[in-house]
Design a protein around this ligand. Structure first.
Ligand code: ASP
Length: 587
């Protein structure tokens, strides 16, 4: 139906007759001539209809925004004075000769130019309209190129694309499962995969050696952060490998993606143990572009007569940390109140600070509501250890270590951005030496997942699970976890030891993971892998604010699709067929 894409026309087409198809982006009537901006996937071009092409002119007069048309015309140069250097087709226009209306369009639910006024709810309900916006489309073109580069890279490295089931058993990655009732086995349910984890391990048992998949994963989590119930991973696994192999391959993969798509040469990927990341940055995914650090000062404050500090300083699970903000004296009372509110989201009960107005002036030069509670020695120690200088501000966190880490960790990023302290554009790193387990009220949970190989022997793991480290690694970029993986357990006895530490009995292990334990019995090679969050990677590289911007049909914050109205009730017949009865909530 067409000879060219609208957006591809240039001065080099001057004089050519072209046939175009697309949507009317705008129609303007300029005293006797009609201008249509015609839009397709590749961009916009201006088309002019003169009254002397009587029929086409009459039709052009009738079209409205978002009508679908086909037209033919001649490309001509615009007058110098009206060339538009901001448009890729801005040097030319098309003099329209013939016009066909292929389809009419009702008044759009929102003006594409005024999308932000429409609100996300409306935009998601009419997502296909939102996707017509060139800046949205651009993200999907980028995403498509990215997966292409990834596939080419991995195929080049000998990885094989294998699909794994969507209807399966639960794979624990720490979230709730989406369940699907079975009609042929009434009362039984499939779970949608939280990841292809166990299947990819079994492919290694099968001898496939190197597997990858661009895989949909499903996790029924509370959507507080920027998460989606279904999302995509670049998932991979390889046999006869150690940490260095997987980290090496995936680092090269990410480098080539950045090089090919953004022409960026990523800097070194430093390696940082989990414990160091938590200590210095309060986070296992530190944004290394921000030069602020947490500094432990519990020892300086254990003896002060101020419970807020001495309490956590003497609590083995507590932490007291300081964070020096260079030039932070410029922060107003109002700014500090704002930050106090900000850290309260993470459970911090307050945000103490000292302003160093004049370091040389001693106590006189300091300004802080907490000075009166601290000894001279403590103050001196804090100033020395943080390296504070005149003009700086020191923030404090004192609470359970988890709260201090989360609160100061997030504050560091926020203050870093607010005060323009961000250095450099891209700061990747590997976080390594994760603990095997996290403890929560006496119960251990796998920090990565239960199939991760510990760095220690089974005996050591049994005798001291809290201290055991794992052979897991995360790739972090600009404070975002791009991907994570590990060397896996490949022998059944070790796997049982880990299940036991997690409080999973032998019977439960057999019932839930018998197929894996079986597989490990029949000659499982040493293996390991990693999975990247594709949506997050695209979001970071395109500079989008939300992963919803890079998913064609995302769910809302309440895990629903307002366009299709999913999830939706089903009729009783369907429920009966799958053996499900819906319980009416009482009251
Ligand atoms: N399956 C893991 C995850 O989704 C990644 C991996 O260990 O390969 O987090």
């Amino acid at each position: 139906m067409r000879s060219h894409y609208c957006g591809d026309l240039r001065a080099s087409h001057d004089g050519e007759t072209v046939e175009l198809c697309g949507w009317v982006s705008r129609r303007r009537d300029h005293g006797g001539v009609i201008f249509l901006d015609l839009r397709d996937r590749n961009g916009l071009v201006q088309v002019v209809f003169d009254p002397d092409t009587v029929e086409a002119f009459a039709l052009a007069d009738k079209v409205r925004s978002e009508y679908v048309v086909r037209l033919s015309g001649r490309v001509r140069m615009r007058d110098e004075a009206v060339r538009n250097s901001k448009m890729s087709t801005g040097d030319i226009e098309v003099l329209g000769k013939e016009l066909t209306i292929l389809n009419e369009a009702e008044t759009p639910p929102f003006e594409l130019d005024a999308h932000s006024a429409a609100g996300e709810e409306v935009r998601l309900k009419y997502r296909y309209m939102d996707l017509r916006r060139p800046e949205v489309l651009k993200n999907f073109q980028f995403r498509s190129r990215l997966t292409h580069v990834v596939r080419a890279f991995l195929e080049g490295e000998g990885f094989m694309d294998v699909e794994t089931p969507i209807l399966t058993r639960a794979t624990p990655e720490g979230a709730r499962d989406y369940l699907v009732p079975s009609r042929t086995h009434p009362g039984s349910f499939f779970a949608l995969p939280q990841s292809p984890q166990l299947f990819k391990q079994l492919l290694m048992v099968a001898g496939f050696d190197r597997y990858y998949q661009i895989a949909k994963c499903f996790r029924d989590e509370d959507l507080r952060a920027d998460r989606q119930p279904e999302f995509t991973q670049i998932d991979l696994e390889a046999s006869f490998v150690e940490e260095e192999d997987i980290m090496g391959i995936t680092e090269r993969m990410v480098r080539s993606v950045f090089k090919e798509l953004l022409a960026v040469d990523l800097p070194e990927f430093p390696r940082m143990p989990f414990s160091e990341a938590m200590q210095r940055f309060g986070s296992d995914k530190p944004d290394l572009r921000i030069p602020l650090e947490l500094i432990d000062i519990a020892d300086l404050l254990a003896g002060v007569d101020f419970k807020v500090f001495s309490g956590p300083a003497n609590d083995p699970k507590g932490r007291v940390a300081a964070m020096r903000v260079p030039g932070g004296c410029s922060l107003s009372r109002k700014d500090i109140d704002g930050y106090t509110k900000f850290v309260s989201i993470y459970g911090a009960k307050g945000l103490a600070y000292i302003k160093v107005n004049d370091l040389a002036a001693g106590a006189e030069g300091l300004q802080s509501p907490i000075l009166k509670f601290l000894t001279e020695d403590a103050i001196k120690g804090i100033l020395e250890r943080t390296g504070a200088e005149t003009g700086d501000l020191i923030f404090f966190g004192a609470d359970k270590a988890k709260i201090v880490n989360e609160a100061l960790g997030a504050l560091r990023v926020k203050v870093g951005h607010d005060l323009n302290l961000v250095e450099g554009e891209w700061a990747p790193l590997w976080v390594v030496d994760f603990p095997m387990f996290e403890e929560d009220e006496g119960q251990y949970h796998a920090l990565h997942h239960p199939f991760t190989m510990p760095s220690c022997s089974a005996e050591e793991l049994k005798s001291n699970p809290a201290e055991a480290l794992s052979r897991a690694y995360d790739m972090v970029l600009n404070g975002t976890e791009l991907g994570g993986g590990s060397i896996r357990i490949h022998n059944p006895a070790m796997q049982r030891t880990v299940f036991e530490a997690l409080g999973i009995s032998d019977e439960e292990a057999d019932e839930k993971f018998g197929f894996l334990l079986d597989g490990l019995k029949y000659g499982a090679p040493p293996h390991g892998g990693l999975a990247f969050g594709l949506d997050r990677m695209v979001m970071l590289m395109t500079g989008c604010e939300s992963i919803r911007d890079v998913i064609a049909f995302p769910k809302t914050q309440t895990a629903a699709c307002t366009m299709t109205n999913a999830p939706s009730p089903v009729d009783n017949k369907q429920l009966r067929e799958v053996g499900v009865q819906v319980r009416k909530e009482e009251g």
